[in-house]
Design a protein around this ligand. Structure first.
Ligand SMILES: [Zn+2]
Length: 260
């Protein structure tokens, strides 16, 4: 079963990582302390919720995984294709780095990111003990942040793409994701011949399939072991925050991965 419950915290995990002994979780919005419209396990500090609520929500989330918040490494997610390699938990006294992928081989680090429709992608090499987390909305997808992360895993950690495990997490489905002609043009520029598979026409509007696009990036990079959550944030706002479905007035759900 992909869903788990620990105390008040309900979270999703990928079978391929569970079977490989890689701790990871994509937390639903249930079991936290934030009031509406962030109800209740909001992980985002920039959405109007009180920081004390966010800290308690993050503490509960980490505790459900047997982790301490002091192990956290997070970034300021800016829809870029920048990668950060975390060699230690983030020093909270230092300025937070802007990036949209974090990688680590340190077993005292817990990688952590926040989402509400954008695609969470978890990556691990269970044999060489390296993990990563990627944030890809449409901008990150057309700028191929996931491809950059795989290239970095190869260049920095000497990993082999065919040995990686990857999970594409809860995010907005193609039916709920109409895009404008400017976005469609950038999809065509980034994906070339493949773009027709990723842009679908529904009721006279063009929709972008973020799940399939990121899966394609993984496959083109040589990643074979891919698990799709196939869970839409906009279809299930009881479990997930959705920027689109909730018209921007919502929280962010957290996701984490660690080596052990
Ligand atoms: Zn949907």
């Amino acid at each position: 079963m992909p869903f788990h419950q620990v105390d008040s915290i309900r979270f999703f995990s990928f079978d391929i990582f569970d079977q490989a002994g890689i701790p990871q979780a994509i937390f639903t919005r249930q079991g936290g302390v934030s009031p509406s419209p962030w109800k209740s396990l909001n992980a985002g500090l920039t959405v109007g919720d009180e920081s004390a609520n966010v800290t308690e929500n993050r503490r509960r989330s980490f505790a459900a995984m047997g982790k301490d918040l002091s192990s956290m490494y997070d970034v300021w997610q800016v829809h870029s294709n920048k990668i950060v390699c975390a060699d230690a938990p983030r020093d909270l006294r230092l300025e937070i780095l802007k990036a949209d992928a974090i990688l680590t081989y340190q077993d005292d680090v817990t990688l952590y990111m926040r989402f509400a429709d954008c695609v969470p992608i978890l990556i691990a090499d269970p044999r060489r003990r390296v993990v990563g987390i990627v944030h890809a909305g449409w901008i990150g997808t057309v700028n191929r942040v996931l491809e950059a992360a795989i290239q970095r895993l190869v260049s920095t950690y000497s990993l082999i793409p065919s040995e990686l495990l990857a999970g594409i997490g809860p995010s907005i489905c193609v039916d709920h994701y109409p895009v404008g002609p400017d976005v469609a043009a950038q999809v065509r520029q980034s994906f070339g011949d493949q773009a027709d598979r990723l842009l679908l026409e529904r009721d006279g509007k063009i929709h972008f399939d973020l799940w399939k696009a990121n899966r394609l990036i993984l496959e083109e990079a040589g990643v074979k072991n891919i698990e799709m959550a196939n869970l839409c944030t906009a279809c299930h706002t009881d479990d997930w925050y959705s920027h689109r479905a909730e018209h921007g007035l919502t929280g962010r759900f957290g996701a984490l991965i660690a080596i052990k």
